[in-house]
Design a protein. Structure first.
Length: 87
């Protein structure tokens, strides 16, 4: 018997089954991101996915600065390439 097979069997035994949410009313109001993460580790909304609203992502802090910086570099590179092209 291979040594890694027992580790694989242990992983299968400890894996929890997901609880499938059947209506939007089953989704609680969350107070923190940690609460959301903990709930989604044990629940799946795949059955009501088409009823959920899609909200725009909000980006802040360091990630926002990095994204804006990348966009500025891309835009300035485009301008430079437009200037160097012959008309």
């Amino acid at each position: 018997m291979r040594s890694d097979s027992s580790a694989r069997n242990n992983r299968r035994r400890t894996r929890k089954k997901l609880i499938y949410v059947r209506s939007l009313s089953e989704i609680p109001d969350f107070k923190s991101d940690d609460e959301i993460a903990a709930w989604y580790e044990t629940h799946s909304t795949v059955l009501v996915q088409d009823k959920l609203k899609t909200l725009p992502a909000r980006v802040g802090g360091k990630l926002r600065k990095r994204i804006l910086s990348r966009q500025r570099r891309r835009d300035s590179a485009r301008k430079r390439s437009d200037i160097s092209r012959p008309a």
